[in-house]
Design a protein around this ligand. Structure first.
Ligand code: NAI
Length: 404
């Protein structure tokens, strides 16, 4: 369906105060579930937590309590607000205890059949008007909704980690999601002072699709021996003002998570070579070298290990930066071409979801679309690989003498 800007106006959201008087159910109380629950509490909702592990619920309650107390120390929350928040936090012992929820957000393990079986059971306990959302980072919303008798009330609601800090939320209606459910959830996110963007139900949605080359092209450059990890990280930070280099960031995210997302996006896009994962990263993943949390990934993290020094060669840095940035701009342009999201939402997503210093479309215009084209063409001819094919959007803009 078409969405007019009127649907998303702040008038709609501020006049609909009922959204604040709602109960939010959270299923899966790990890192994401706990963060989302805290957000909902701080926004005045009654929150009901459910997890298959009682221990996980207890830990989430403790973690929320601890986070809120930190806010008191910083003077950002009063004692009475803390009492009020904790008083609205409830624990469900069975799915039936979620029956009074107006919105249930699922954040359990990233597995299609496990999520589907949960939704099938859950639907029986919910009121007809309850909206159901999944925090999935990579699964198809259409596939998840296929087990529901009322798929029109189901959608993707993708928060970024940590959910209390990162402003971006991708709102992803599936082909059978109703416009009412989408608008209600979108406006709720505005009420929570988040930055919601609307994404098509396509692999990786916006951020996890467009950001792929930041990791995979960096890995490729290292695999070819053009530069080592530290030099590539340095190049991206010094030339592009990225907060973290690709290897530092992959180690931080975890190669288990990062590799799986890359593989899923590639497979779901019918093995498009542009998204082909890296063997190097697959081996780290297989060996359990997940990065920071495992003590080793691209780098070593123990008290004896020191970070390797980059080779600070400005010419090499420019080659690395131009190659990775051109790939990122091309991906953002392609997402625009295929209408994965609006221009504005593509820009917001990369700035607010992964802290990019600039929107990639704006960056493309400043960097020069002709330069992106030349960089990709050189790579395409050198490697004879579809991985480096240019987006038709860039070609169209150059031909029409327009900006992205
Ligand atoms: P996690 O592993 O920290 O927590 C998952 C929780 O779900 C655990 O407490 C587990 O006991 C519970 N659980 C598993 N199966 C269950 C079931 N059948 N019924 C009830 N509870 C069950 O996972 P995390 O990192 O919080 O991720 C959750 C979801 O959020 C996944 O879909 C993931 O892809 C997505 N996500 C994760 C992000 C991240 O950076 N960690 C970012 C954005 C989305």
């Amino acid at each position: 369906y078409e969405i007019s800007t009127r649907d998303w106006s702040s008038d709609v959201c501020s006049s609909d105060l009922n959204r604040f008087m709602t109960t939010i159910g959270i299923i899966g109380c790990g890192a994401m579930g706990a963060g989302i629950a805290q957000l909902a509490l701080q926004n005045g909702h009654r929150v009901v937590l459910f997890d298959q592990s009682l221990q996980a619920v207890k830990q989430a309650i403790q973690s929320i309590d601890g986070q809120l107390k930190k806010l008191i120390e910083k003077g950002r929350l009063s004692e009475s607000q803390w009492t009020d928040c904790m008083g609205r936090l409830l624990q469900a012992e069975q799915l039936h205890d979620l029956q009074s929820s107006n919105l249930v957000i699922e954040a359990i393990i990233e597995d299609l059949s496990i999520k589907q079986s949960l939704f099938k059971q859950l639907e029986k306990h919910l009121s007809e008007t309850c909206i159901l959302a999944s925090n999935t980072s990579s699964l198809s919303i259409a596939a998840l909704s296929s087990v529901l008798t009322a798929p029109q009330r189901f959608l993707g609601l993708h928060f970024f980690n940590p959910a209390t800090v990162m402003p971006l939320v991708e709102v992803i209606p599936g082909v059978r999601t109703s416009k009412e459910s989408t608008v209600w959830v979108y406006n709720l996110m505005k009420d929570w002072k988040k930055e919601p963007v609307l994404a098509k139900d396509t692999p990786g949605f916006i951020v996890n699709r467009i950001a792929r080359p930041y990791y995979s092209e960096a890995l490729r450059i290292a695999e070819e021996g053009i530069a080592d990890f530290a030099t590539i990280d340095w190049a991206m930070k010094s030339q592009g003002q990225f907060k973290m280099g690709p290897f530092e960031l992959m180690d931080f995210i975890g190669h288990d998570v990062n590799y799986r997302v890359t593989e899923t996006v590639w497979k779901e896009l019918f093995f498009d070579p542009r998204f082909k994962p890296s063997i190097t990263q697959k081996r780290w993943f297989e060996a359990g070298l997940y990065g920071k949390k495992a003590g080793r990934g691209c780098y070593e993290y123990n008290s004896a290990a020191s970070m390797p020094e980059p080779t600070k060669n400005p010419e090499l840095a420019a080659v690395i930066f131009n190659r990775i940035l051109s790939m990122l701009i091309n991906e953002a342009a392609d997402a625009l071409y295929y209408q994965i999201a609006t221009r504005e939402d593509i820009e917001t997503a990369m700035k607010k979801g992964v802290n990019y210093p600039k929107g990639l479309l704006e960056w493309g215009n400043q960097f020069g679309l002709q330069l992106v084209k030349e960089t990709l063409h050189k790579l395409y001819h050198r490697y004879q690989e579809e991985r480096y094919r240019l987006s038709p959007k860039i070609e169209d803009c150059i031909r029409a003498n327009q900006l992205l």
